[in-house]
Design a protein around this ligand. Structure first.
Ligand code: NDP
Length: 313
């Protein structure tokens, strides 16, 4: 069963819906598939206070519902379904949905996002939205003058620990190795910061608390002779152990970097395949914000419109 569309958008975060708003207003009649997590990563955060236009803040879910409403108002066709394979080797491009239906599209906008990595502890889901977060920029504000922990030893963890030290009273950085992986300059900043205490060779065993996170059970040098188990009192637990871009189905079809992020022509949403564009976190390991994703969704739709005009012209 095949269906032919002009513009197909894969993914329903701020990038996908913004692309849908622009593409529908440009008469491209875009079809958008929402993917595994309709609304994307924002639906897993609580209050969004840094998206321009919402001075009182808005929940992630409401923000995504608003964006969806705005896209469908102008004719975007938002559907539930997951892209399971793609073939970009010829025109039109082919995208299989839920393993059964094939959509043929002249232009494809990929906005499948990225997923934060978690440690895999049951307590991470137990306290989701109640003290566990994978985004300091999103949620740090709720921990003013409180005590938080950040897990990870890379640039993201250091950046998040430094950011949180500007808000929180104290920040623990939980690092599994005896050293940080982050760049030298970030390491120096962390180690010089009086509000940050680095706990090297330490892993998290679990979290505790009655009404949200109140502390973490940790172990130092697990399995070694000097193994030491101890608890810390914290109000927030931030994961910063990396993100995984959701690009498995695009491997071999478009250029990805060594981590799996889609490579784009710098400053544009263009991939190495004409007519295929990438927007949002799927092509952005650096900023990862709703507003930057929305901005790149807009760029992708404008480029798709130009590509389609040239194709028709
Ligand atoms: P990285 O992969 O660089 O670091 C991940 C960190 O998490 C490592 O310290 C790793 O430990 C730790 N980790 C992974 N899994 C676990 C686990 N299960 N338990 C405990 N710790 C774990 O990811 P980042 O997100 O930090 O950075 C991604 C890329 O983006 C990098 O190239 C980075 O340089 C770049 N970046 C640059 C920034 C900048 O220039 N301002 C800011 C942010 C990111 P271990 O070291 O033991 O493997």
């Amino acid at each position: 069963m095949n269906e032919r569309v002009k513009c197909l958008i894969i993914g329903s975060g701020p990038a996908g819906y913004t692309a849908a708003i622009y593409a529908s207003r440009a008469n491209l009649s875009p079809v958008l598939y929402e993917g595994i997590q309709p609304g994307g990563q924002l639906t897993t955060t609580t209050e969004v206070e840094n998206f321009p236009g919402y001075p009182e803040g808005i929940t992630g879910t409401e923000l995504m519902e608003d964006l969806k409403k705005q896209a469908t108002k102008y004719g975007a066709d938002a559907r539930s379904g997951i892209a399971t394979s793609v073939d970009f080797s010829s025109n039109p491009k082919k995208v299989v949905i839920d393993g059964e239906k094939t959509i043929e599209a002249d232009a494809v906008i990929i906005s499948t996002g990225a997923s934060a990595k978690y440690l895999g502890l049951p307590d991470e889901s137990k306290y989701a939205g109640m003290g566990v977060s994978a985004c300091a920029t999103c949620d740090g504000f709720f921990y003013r003058k409180k005590t938080v922990a950040v897990v990870g030893g890379g640039d993201t963890a250091c950046e998040e620990a430094i950011y949180l030290s500007g808000l929180a009273g104290k920040v623990y950085l939980i690092v599994r190795k005896p050293s940080l992986r982050a760049s030298k300059v970030m390491q120096d900043r962390v180690l010089k910061n009086e509000k940050i205490e680095v706990l090297f060779e330490t892993n998290t065993l679990g979290l505790f608390g009655d009404n949200g996170v109140e502390g973490a059970h940790l172990v130092k040098r697990a399995g070694e002779s000097g193994e030491e188990k101890f608890d810390i009192a914290i109000d927030g637990f931030f994961l910063a152990i990396g993100h995984k871009p959701n690009t498995d189905i695009f491997a071999g079809q478009i250029d990805l970097d060594e981590v799996g992020y889609i490579k784009t022509v710098p400053g544009t949403p263009k991939t190495n395949v004409a007519g295929v564009f990438a927007a949002g976190d799927v092509a952005d390991p650096h900023y990862r914000q709703a507003i930057t994703a929305a901005g790149s969704g807009c760029q992708a739709a404008i480029e798709a419109e130009r590509y389609l005009s040239a194709l028709e012209g």
